[in-house]
Design a protein. Sequence first.
Length: 396
Amino acid sequence: MTGPLNGIKVLDLSRFIAGPHCTMILADMGADVVKVEKAGYGDDSRHFPPFQNGESLYGMALNRNKRSMTLNFRNPKSQDMLRELVKGADVLVENFRPGTMEDMGCGWDVLREINPRLVMTRLSGFGQDGPYAQLPGFDGIAQAMSGLMSLAGNPEGPPMLAGAFYIDYMTGMYGANATLAALFARDTTGKGQMIDVSLLDSAVSVLTTAISSQLNQGTTLSRIGNRDRYSAPANVFATGSGDYVLLLAGTQPLFRRVATAIGRPELVDDARFENVSTRLENAPAIEEIIQHWCLSQTTEGIVATFGEAGIPVAKVATPQDVVQNPQLLHRNQIIKINHPKAGEVAVSGVTMRLSDTPLSIRRPPPMLGEHNSDVLSDWLGMADSDVEALKTDGVL
């Protein structure tokens, strides 16, 4: 047993981030994930910087534990090959523009006839149907269209994108969760099903109260910088060391501790700060007091003082800080793998921990088409001579 999905076969036709992240989760869980890539070119992410010994670190970050085979998707024989592979697959994941799989003769109606137990997970910008279905969609577009960008940034500045493609990753996680649910349901029904998740839907799912406030109260939420929307003091503060710390102390007990920790216990009795509502109304005033104190302290001193008092606080870490974080290192969240061409590569570790069927990293990200022969032998029983003939015919 090499993971909870040991024995599950996954065809991964996805590119960029959301789809590959979805299938990497399944691969970490032990599934045999075959990354089916465009012959001669591969996943687009193979061509994105930064590079190490000619290999994209961007692409490697999302494709460990997978095997790579190639298909010339425009070749009818390659489309036939894909349908043959589907016969033995449990899951197919794709994130082409809606309609592309149908144009290849590999739409859901066709594939479920070939394999009624197939789970087909489809990730896209806006979903498989609807007025926007054919529009090109990426993480930033979803952040903009969902309203998330309008909530990020300082009030006096422009809307801001997040510093990472978190909608892509969230969509990949939704896709993986839905895939697991469909596999679970298949144990009862004996039938697979199609899954439809989109970047826009995923982005809107994290708006919290923005939708309710708009529709129920007519209130349009706007940018408030790093300040918490619902409590105070909860914001980012500059330190005497030239760093920043995030303090989250909006509850009554936490505010009392803050007042004591900064040597201002009388603040608890100040009418402006007597409860959550009044502190929120007077957030600039309490933040000014805390900011003044923080500038008189070192970053380490602030973290130690608040930490000892049980107050949630953290230095705003840089990537250099993160890769040295002792908690992350203890939990193997930053590890090194050996790649046949790139050499030793640092990557993020396995995020989820299962006590009895642990997830693991069993193989490095594959070279393009590295496993053509292995996959076709394992899945279809083909001999090496058959594989060579397919190469000659321009199928692989």
